[in-house]
Structures are given as C-alpha cells and as structure tokens.
Design a protein around this ligand. Structure first.
Ligand code: PGA
Ligand code: ZN
Length: 414
C-alpha cells in the first residue's frame, strides 16, 4: 500500500532538470528518475516529456491530482496505477501531464512493490519467466543532434558483440572497440581532441562512410584479438536529416542530398559493404513505405529497426506490423508514458515476430530499470551506450542479474 510519495528535480547526464520520484510502501521503497531525448532527436509521435507549461506545470498536477489519488493504492497493481495516470491525464498520449511525469511514477511504484516483496524488478514484471539476457548495442561514434561541431550526419554508429557468451564479455568487447576507435581517430587526425557526444560516443570530423571505416577497423582488431564476432549498426535518426519541403535527406557534413530512393539505395550499399547487422530510423517517421522497402530488400541479413516511426506506441506499431516496416522496434518507456504501455507494445511486437530492444535516452540518469524490463520482456538487445556512469548503470545491473541468475543466457543468433 502506497503510504507516501516524495519528489524533487535533479539533473540528468546533459545537465537538464528532470523529475525524480520516491514511492514508499509498507516495507518497501522505489525511486525512479526520468530520462530525456535530445531536442531534434526526440520522436514526433512520442508522448511529450512534461505538461504544456513545462516541468513546473507537471509538478502542479503531481501535487494536486496524482499524489493524492495514489496514496492508499496497492503499488503492485501496475495496471490500476497506470490506468489512473491515464485518466488523470485525459489525453491520448500524456499531453497534459507528460510522459516523463507518468513514467517515473509508474516505475517508482513497480520498484517499491518489488522491494516490498524482496525480489528484483524483472521478477515482479515476469514472475514465471522465462527471462533472458539482452545483448548490449552500443554507440561508439556519434553525430547528428547529439554532437557539436563537425561530426557525421547520422546520429549513431553502433556495435554489438554478437559472439559474446556472457553479458560481461559483451560489455567488455564494446568498451574495447570504443577504446580502439579513440586510438584510430588520434592516429588519423593529429587535431583530434578526444571529443565525445551526449552518449559518450566519440565525435570527430568524419562523414558517415569514414565513421564506418574507422569503426570497422576497430571491430576487426578487437575480433582478431579475442576471437569473438563483433558487428556494426546505425541509427540515422532520419527525421533530423529530412527536409519535408524539398523532400530530400540532407547530409551537411558529407555535403550532399539524397532523395528517398537514393537513401534506400545508399543504405542497401552500406549494409552490403560493411556487413551491417542493424539499421534504425533510416527514413523519416511518416514514411512507413520506405521502411518496408528497406526491410524487404535487406531484412533477411540486417535488422531493420523502428524507433521514432513507432515511438513505442501500440497503434503506430500495429500500423508498422501491417506494412511490414521493420524486423525490430525500440522500446523507450517514457515515449509511451507507463510500464504497462511499454509492456503492451512489447507484447504486440513479439507476438508479431518483431524483436524488441529496450533503450536509454540521450539524456540519462542512474536509473537502471530498463535493464530489468529487457530481462523480463526478453529483449534481444539493450541499447544504452558504451561508456559513462549513467550508461554503465544499466549494464552493470545486468552483470548483477547474471550473477544471481546463472541460468540466464544471452539470446544467441540475434
Ligand atoms: P534520443 O536519441 O534519446 O535523443 O531521442 C536516442 C535515439 O534516437 O535512439
Ligand atoms: Zn533512435
């Protein structure tokens, strides 16, 4: 039973003020803090982070309506709590209270309930199992809306150690690739000053093909040293590249534009040339058809993933399933506003053969709940960066989970 709810604002990894909530129940406590997407990278169709009056407006609603209604409720009744949040909000997509406001309440209640039952969050989320360990997908070279100065046009150049047998090994291999890329960048450009982006990926004066060349070389070196297969991927976050007036994708750093057709061909070429295993948000988030075209051409050898296209939203996911737009989707709880909402979307995706990937935001906190959701919902991968305390908070939690539950193994053959 929820006895008390406290809140405060704290700062996320980008230094932006964000909401943190503590939920106290009989014999338990749960704390959650909200992550934040970057302006220019957050999806058009995701729930807004806060109320139209901003964080202060959300706090007012929290005080006036949310906290008084939640006191006395059973924190383990996630559906009821999340339904109440929806009712208080009264809009289709948390436009009044904000997805961040609702997601911290939803998550802190879940954590408090798990704590009272003295069990890890993933076990509360999926009591019967089976659980599984996700493979970490990590951002090594950044660009786009997450970077300053001259940098690649695409937002993320990613790695995943597909041959890793344990979570610890997988994390370590991503870190080794990150370190190797730093060395290669220094060698390549004496002016390289070691800059990193919002997610602690390297940011350097490269175009996207050059970034993949450097990343590919680093992967090869680490693979040779360790004997483990490591593959590359991309998150284009293509909304930011898209010019809706001219109907072209603009590559500022590369100094060119691509029509939708050219974008499709370009990506197919990159998938072939670099043996990419993963491509996220390759087109703007209104273009289901081009996602489908790419999925049709390359979906057999590369995971075509929808992030901003589906925005963790069940209706948008359903539309994408009908159009066969992707082989995988990103799940970010604050895009849809509650644990229940994220769970419904995840179930829908999996029932229709889509892989799910639990994901951080570019602005993060030390909150590690996505690690538990990934394990409970059998996510194929977890996308949470390679380096930095707020990224490693999630990955280190997976190491703890693996230690306690040795039967849990990485899903092989993603
Ligand atoms: P965001 O970026 O958190 O800034 O939206 C992450 C992503 O696009 O995957
Ligand atoms: Zn994305």
């Amino acid at each position: 039973i929820i006895k008390e709810i406290k809140y405060r604002t704290v700062f996320d990894s980008r230094g932006v003020e964000t909401l943190e909530v503590d939920v106290f129940v009989d014999g338990g406590f749960g704390r959650a803090a909200a992550p934040f997407g970057a302006p220019g990278s957050r999806g058009e169709f995701e729930a807004p982070a806060y109320s139209p009056e901003g964080l202060d407006g959300s706090i007012k609603i929290l005080n006036q309506f949310i906290i008084p209604s939640l006191i006395g409720m059973d924190a383990s009744e996630q559906h009821k709590i999340d339904e109440l949040l929806k009712q208080i909000d009264g809009t289709p997509n948390f436009e009044r209270i904000g997805g961040n406001t609702s997601v911290v309440i939803s998550t802190a209640c879940a954590k408090a309930a798990a704590d009272a039952l003295n069990m890890p969050l993933f076990k509360l989320m999926a009591p019967e199992g089976p659980w599984s360990m996700p493979l970490p997908l990590g951002n090594v070279i950044g660009g786009g809306a997450h970077s300053m100065g001259p940098a690649p046009d695409m937002q993320e150049h990613l790695v995943v150690a597909v041959g890793a047998k344990t979570i610890k090994e997988a994390i370590k291999l991503n870190l080794m690739v990150h370190e190797e890329v730093g060395k290669l960048l220094e060698k390549r450009d004496p002016g390289f000053a070691g800059g990193t982006d919002d997610e602690n990926a390297w940011t350097a004066n490269l175009d996207d093909v050059q970034a993949l060349e450097v990343l590919g070389e680093a992967c090869r070196k680490v693979s040779q040293r360790t004997g483990v297969e490591i593959r590359m991927g991309l998150d284009l976050a293509a909304d930011r590249l898209w010019d809706p007036e001219k109907k072209v994708y603009r590559y500022w750093r590369e100094g060119c534009e691509r029509t939708t057709r050219e974008q499709l061909d370009f990506l197919c070429e990159l998938i072939e040339r670099f043996n990419l295993i993963y491509v996220e948000d390759a087109f703007n988030s209104n273009d289901y058809e081009s996602f489908s075209a790419l999925n049709k051409r390359c979906g057999d050898r590369c995971i075509i993933c929808a992030d901003d296209l589906y925005a963790s939203n069940p209706e948008r996911t359903r539309a994408g399933i009908t159009a066969r737009s992707a082989g995988a989707m990103i799940v970010k709880p604050n895009q849809v506003g509650t644990i229940t909402g994220a769970h419904i979307t995840s179930q829908l995706a999996k029932e229709n053969g889509l892989k799910i990937i639990l994901s951080h935001r570019s602005g993060e906190t030390m909150d590690d709940s996505i690690a538990h959701l990934a394990v409970a919902w059998k996510a194929t991968m977890i996308k949470t960066g390679v380096k930095g305390g707020e990224r490693l908070a999630k990955l280190n939690e997976l190491i703890r989970i693996e230690q306690s539950y040795k039967e849990m193994v990485i899903v092989q053959g993603i």
